[in-house]
Design a protein around this ligand. Structure first.
Ligand SMILES: [Zn+2]
Length: 406
C-alpha cells in the first residue's frame, strides 16, 4: 500500500512556491521555515526545535561585464555570489570547461600564466576551481554556465566547508560574474580572432544574519537513530522548486507518516538552512550533535532536488553497509537503482555526515540533471508529482526497513 500521495506533495510545493525566493535572510526563507515548523507541529512529533547559527548574508548590489577591445560590447550577466567588491579591467583568457569530474588539482599542475588576467571558464561548479586560478594570479572571473534557453545559472563563488567560526571570511578575494552559454560563444568567436579585453564590475553587500535548521524528532524504542534531511533555502533570484521543494515536500510527508508509526529507532527530521552557499546548516548540525550522531546514527538520508519531470536514471551516493542495504531493499520492492557513486563530493547535505564517518546516502534521479536548476525556470512546471511520489515511497520503504534492521 502506498503511504505518500502525489497531490499532498504537489500542494506543499504550491504553497511554499508562493513565498518566492528562499535565499538566506529573505522573507521567503522565513515564511518557509514557519511553514515547515507548523507542518511538524501538525504531525505531533515528540520534540520540535529550531537551531540558529550565524551566516554571511550576501546581497547583490552592482555588477556588469563589458568587452572593451577589439570592440565594445555589453554582456548580460549575473553576480558570482561572495566574490570581491571591485572593478577590474584586463585581458580575458579562456581556461576551458571545468566539469565536476575534473580534479581541481589538474589546474594547479598546468603551466598557466594568469597574472593580471581575467579568467573565462565554462562551469556549473566554479567554486571548486576558483582557488587554483586565484593562486595563479587571476584578478577576475567570468563563468559561463550550461543552462539552456539563454538563462544564467546563479552560483556561489565559495563552497564547502563553511566558515562557521567567522562567517565574514566567507568570500573570495577577486570579483566575478556569470554569463549565458550564448554569450560565451560570442566571446569565444572574438577570442579566436585575437586578444579580448574586458571590464568587470561586482559589488555586493555583506552582513551577518542568523538562520536556522528546523528539527523534528519522532522517538523510538531504542537509542539508535536515523536522520532525514532536506535543505529549505533556494538560490538567489529563484524559487527552487526542484532544488529543493521536492525534498522539503517529501520531508514533511515522511515526518507525518513516521509520527503515526511505532518506530524502533529515533527518527530525526531536519530542514537544513543555508545549503546553497556551502552546506552551512548540515555542517552546523553535525558539529553540534557529533558525538551522538557518531555513536547512534545508523543512516542519514539526504533529500535534495529529488525528482523532476525529465526522464532520468536513479543513482545512489553511499558506501559500505548502507549502500548494500539500499540496493537490496530497493530491488526487493521493485525499484530500479541503476548507478552507484562514491559519496565523495561536497554537493549536498549528506557530505558533512560522510566527513565524520556517519553513514549517509543520497538517492537521486541522475543522470541527466534538470537543466533548469539554479535558474528562474526551476518551477513546478518541470515537476512530475507521480514520479516525485515514487521517490518518496522508495525513501519511506528503505527507512522503514532500516528502522527494523540491526
Ligand atoms: Zn539543493
Amino acid at each position: 500500500m502506498k503511504h505518500l500521495n502525489p497531490s499532498d506533495l504537489s500542494s506543499i510545493i504550491q504553497e511554499i512556491s508562493k513565498f518566492g525566493c528562499r535565499w538566506l535572510g529573505s522573507g521567503g526563507e522565513q515564511q518557509t521555515r514557519e511553514f515547515i515548523l507548523s507542518k511538524f507541529e501538525d504531525s505531533e512529533m515528540d520534540n520540535i526545535y529550531l537551531e540558529w547559527f550565524p551566516c554571511h548574508n550576501y546581497r547583490v548590489e552592482e555588477y556588469s561585464l563589458e568587452v572593451t577591445s577589439p570592440l565594445n560590447l555589453s554582456i548580460r550577466c549575473e553576480p558570482l555570489e561572495y566574490s570581491e567588491n571591485s572593478d577590474v579591467e584586463g585581458e580575458l583568457v579562456f581556461v576551458g570547461e571545468l566539469r565536476e569530474d575534473l580534479d581541481p588539482e589538474f589546474l594547479s599542475k598546468l603551466n598557466l600564466d594568469l597574472e593580471e588576467k581575467i579568467c573565462l571558464m565554462v562551469s556549473d561548479t566554479p567554486a571548486f576551481y576558483i582557488p587554483p586560478l586565484i593562486e595563479k594570479g587571476a584578478r577576475g572571473l567570468v563563468v559561463a554556465t550550461e543552462a539552456p534557453d539563454n538563462l544564467i545559472r546563479m552560483l556561489a563563488a565559495k563552497s564547502y566547508p563553511p566558515s562557521l567560526e567567522d562567517p565574514h571570511k566567507w568570500k573570495i578575494n577577486i570579483p566575478g560574474v556569470s554569463i549565458s552559454k550564448q554569450d560565451l560563444y560570442k566571446i569565444l568567436s572574438l577570442l579566436s580572432l585575437g586578444k579580448v579585453y574586458v571590464k568587470l564590475r561586482h559589488f555586493g553587500g555583506c552582513e551577518i544574519t542568523q538562520t536556522c535548521n528546523v528539527v523534528g524528532v519522532v522517538e523510538g524504542h531504542t537509542d539508535e537513530s536515523i536522520v532525514i534531511g532536506a535543505h529549505y533555502d533556494s538560490q538567489m533570484k529563484t524559487t527552487g522548486v526542484w532544488d529543493n521543494l521536492t525534498g522539503v515536500s517529501i520531508l514533511i510527508e515522511l515526518a507525518k507518516n513516521f509520527s503515526k508509526r511505532e518506530n524502533r529507532k529515533r527518527i530525526i527530521f531536519v530542514a537544513f538552512g543555508a545549503e546553497e552557499i556551502g552546506l552551512w546548516g548540515s555542517t552546523f548540525f553535525v558539529e553540534k550533535h557529533k558525538k551522538e550522531l557518531k555513536e547512534k546514527c545508523r543512516a542519514m538520508f539526504c533529500l535534495d532536488a529529488v525528482s523532476s519531470a525529465f526522464p532520468t536514471e536513479r543513482s545512489v551516493w553511499a558506501k559500505d553497509v548502507l549502500r548494500t542495504l539500499i540496493l537490496e531493499i530497493s530491488r526487493k520492492h521493485g525499484y530500479l537503482i541503476t548507478n552507484t557513486r562514491e559519496p565523495n563530493l561536497s554537493y549536498s547535505d549528506y557530505y558533512p555526515f560522510i566527513v565524520e564517518d556517519i553513514p549517509a546516502a543520497m538517492i537521486w534521479e541522475y543522470p541527466p540533471i534538470n537543466p533548469y536548476y539554479h535558474t528562474e525556470k526551476d518551477t513546478a512546471r518541470y515537476i512530475d508529482a507521480n514520479k516525485l511520489c515514487e521517490m518518496g515511497e522508495l525513501h519511506r520503504i528503505i527507512i522503514e526497513e532500516i528502522d527494523m534492521y540491526g
